[in-house]
Design a protein around this ligand. Structure first.
Ligand SMILES: Nc1ncnc2c1ncn2[C@@H]1O[C@H](COP(=O)(O)OP(=O)(O)OP(=O)(O)O)[C@@H](O)[C@H]1O
Length: 506
């Protein structure tokens, strides 16, 4: 049912107060655009279209024996205009009556906010059989919708058919495209054919006519698209890539539809990993400007990204990549268990800005650097719960060497309500820049870790997990934060505390 749900913007007016009277200050301040009678949810209603909201109140029909002509009853309802995303004339068509059918009224398509950051689409029917009456109202609603300039009109869609269980094509055509069509958004879809396809496509393709790019897939696809948009922005602005002190922001906003085995980016942006919520944020033009990191080594830019793990996190991903034939969740759980069985500390030097008190040469089991909260089902409060999408800093979480049971205890805390950082071997810092210099030998380490299997740590270097993608770096990696460098479609996160925990990997 449309009305009265917690948190949505379809609200009740004060009992008995007529439209525009002094008891309704918000209505007084608002210019009335149209007023008329419609049937809403089988009740005759006096409906007022203001500049900000649509308000309606049930009325008693005219009495045959005279008396009150039009009496307002009960409390009224209202709908914020900014929650409407489409309007259509509602008609009944039949085979007997060819043509456009019998007019029934107007249907408004609206975005409803539910609990835990979830958005969903809904409808409100305004029933009136008069063509002239409905035409005036329909045109007014169209004009209002055209005034929402931040909403996209044309989108470039990138679809990774290999994400998760290969269901992203189905997810897009069944759940996303119908909503985009309803909102009148034009789309141009490319189904990526190989790893790196999105990167090369966004390097060359004409993006002039688009208001945004949307990626349907997991973190690997999302991060590749963000990296590609930022590379393109530097190229267009003639910025020297390898001394990237002040990169320019990406021109187009990026939308992320979660359809991968890990959807940390989409989850962090919307507070939930939910296809319809992500789609509604895109349709409504909700934009977040998000901090981005650059990863460079020996003065060369390796990539743009939002989060990274070195040590246990990097090695777990390197292992998972070796077992691609397994299902995504089995692969991840298996890799975590295998990496735990072979748990090895990393000898490395860490230096960061602003300077902290971390003893900068030590052995660490894992080092995480996160510019965004990194929410996911196994860490519902996030891997870096105190970091925001655009607070101009990154979280550095350094886990020093400890026993395996203590390390497992720390990992398990991510999925519980207990503080995962409350261990003597875990240190957290708020930083803007960090250099991580592994002092061991990657190949020697590889032999030790995998019992001689050279595939786990590639000869090209140490494995890093950057936004769920494997990055190899042989020497020091320099990570720098660039505040608000990219615009992403998403909402502000308010109600994330009660998310259900789903972790079975440890
Ligand atoms: N047609 C394709 N074939 C193979 N790989 C592809 C294809 N299209 C895109 N890719 C690559 O797949 C990688 C992973 O995809 P994505 O993150 O969307 O899915 P995922 O299920 O979350 O993957 P992962 O399990 O690796 O996290 C991306 O880096 C992307 O470059």
């Amino acid at each position: 049912m449309l009305l009265g749900k917690r948190g949505n913007r379809v609200g009740a007016l004060e009992e008995g107060a007529p439209f525009g009277c002094p008891q309704l200050p918000e209505a007084v301040a608002e210019r009335v655009l149209l007023r008329g009678i419609f049937e809403i949810q089988r009740e005759s209603c006096d409906v007022v279209l203001g500049e900000r909201a649509l308000r309606w109140r049930r009325i008693q029909p005219e009495l045959p024996a005279g008396g009150s002509k039009c009496h307002q009853l009960g409390s009224g309802e209202s709908l914020e205009l900014e929650d409407i995303f489409s309007v259509k004339l509602k008609r009944r068509c039949s085979v007997k009556q060819p043509g456009k059918g019998t007019l029934l009224g107007i249907t408004l398509f609206i975005c409803l906010k539910e609990q835990l950051n979830k958005l969903k689409d809904s409808t409100l029917d305004l029933i009136n059989l008069s063509e002239d009456h409905c035409d005036i109202w329909f045109r007014e609603f169209k004009k209002i919708l055209e005034g929402f300039s931040s909403r996209p009109k044309a989108l470039k869609i990138l679809l990774n058919p290999q994400s998760h269980r290969k269901e992203s094509v189905q997810v897009y055509y069944e759940k996303v495209e119908p909503l985009l069509k309803l909102a009148g958004i034009k789309t141009d879809v490319t189904i990526t054919e190989y790893e790196g396809h999105a990167l090369s496509l966004l390097d060359e393709c004409e993006l002039q006519g688009f208001d945004g790019v949307v990626c349907v897939g997991g973190d690997g696809s999302a991060s590749e698209a963000a990296h590609a948009l930022l590379l393109r922005a530097q190229k267009n602005a003639g910025v020297e890539m390898d001394c990237l002190l002040t990169p320019v922001g990406a021109q187009l906003p990026l939308g992320l539809i979660p359809a991968g085995s890990t959807n940390v980016l989409a989850h962090s942006l919307c507070g939930i990993s939910h296809v319809v919520t992500a789609t509604m944020h895109i349709i409504m033009g909700h934009i977040q400007t998000v901090d981005v990191c650059t990863f460079s080594s020996a003065g060369k830019l390796l990539r743009f990204g939002f989060s990274a793990m070195f040590g246990f996190g990097g090695r777990t991903l390197a292992l998972a990549e070796k077992y691609r034939w397994m299902s995504p969740s089995r692969r991840r759980d298996f890799a975590v268990l295998k990496a735990l069985a072979k748990l090895q500390p990393e000898d490395c030097k860490i230096s960061f800005l602003p300077a902290g008190s971390l003893c900068n040469v030590d052995i660490f089991l894992n080092i995480s650097i996160m510019a965004i909260p990194c929410l996911c089902s196994v860490a519902p409060r996030g891997f870096a719960p105190d970091t925001r999408l655009n607070n101009g800093s990154m979280a550095l979480i350094a886990v020093r060497n400890t026993t395996r049971p203590e390390f497992v205890k720390h990992l398990k805390r991510y999925s519980s309500i207990k503080n995962q950082f409350n261990f003597p071997f875990v240190e957290t810092y708020t930083i803007e820049e960090v250099k991580i210099h592994p002092r061991g030998k990657s190949n020697g380490y590889n032999q030790q870790e995998e019992g001689g299997d050279p595939a786990t740590v590639p000869e090209s270097g140490f494995p890093w997990n950057v936004d769920g993608d494997l990055m190899e770096a042989a020497s020091e990696v320099h990570i720098r934060l660039h505040p608000r460098l990219i615009r992403l479609y998403g909402g502000s996160l308010e109600e994330m505390n009660d998310s259900k925990v789903a972790c079975n990997c440890i």
